[in-house]
Write a protein that binds this ligand. Structure first.
Ligand code: 5GP
Length: 178
């Protein structure tokens, strides 16, 4: 893909590995939610590609809702102070919720979202994240279903961006600046 001047992309997780892992996660989630009313809550914008593939890999009836949040503070660092830009459209009463996230870094954003969703009357709340930068964690947040653990590097693709670019890459790539 065309890149910005002074920027190069290196594939970290190829598309076929992502697809295989998503299929595997879908099968596990199907077994765990066989007889339950499942709602996927995708966190915009980064998880829009992941949730589209994951939803189709899950073989139980489900609904999908979206939340959009923004983090106050410096743009590349999470502050833990989260503002809800788009809240849920539907009640979670009696539902089993799976929060679908693109990446967990410090855990501050997801920790806030987890608390918010749990306060909305769901029967259960679990978390599924495609990527996990475990070495960066500042608050413990339970990631029940995980795609890949990755090193502390800034990644793009498969929904993830840098300044809104590269979300449409099929692979997860690291951005190398020269
Ligand atoms: P946390 O609150 O866990 O520190 O930050 C989570 C959010 O930071 C993610 O939802 C994502 O928006 C952003 N983020 C963290 N690491 C990366 C990364 O390597 N690449 C991209 N594109 N966003 C990231």
């Amino acid at each position: 893909m065309r890149t910005q001047a002074g920027e190069r992309l290196e594939v970290l997780i190829p598309a076929q590995d992502i697809q295989a892992r998503v299929e595997h996660l879908g099968k596990r989630i199907t077994l765990d939610y066989e007889d339950k009313e499942l709602v996927l809550i995708a966190i915009l914008k980064g998880s829009f590609v992941f949730v589209a593939d994951l939803a189709r890999a899950i073989d139980v009836p489900l609904s999908v809702d979206f939340m959009a949040v923004s983090s106050y503070g410096m743009s590349t660092k999470s502050s833990g102070v989260v503002r809800i830009i788009k809240d849920l459209d539907y009640s979670l009463d009696g539902k089993h919720v799976l929060v679908v996230e693109d990446i967990v870094d410090t855990g501050l954003t997801l920790n806030y979202i987890y608390g918010h969703v749990k306060s909305r009357g769901a029967m259960s709340v679990k978390i599924c994240s495609l990527l996990d930068k475990v070495s960066r964690r500042q608050v413990a947040v339970p990631v029940h279903y995980k795609g890949f653990e990755i090193p502390d590097e800034f990644v793009v693709g498969y929904g993830l961006d840098v300044e809104e670019r590269y979300r449409n890459l099929p692979d997860v790539c690291r951005v190398v600046r020269s």
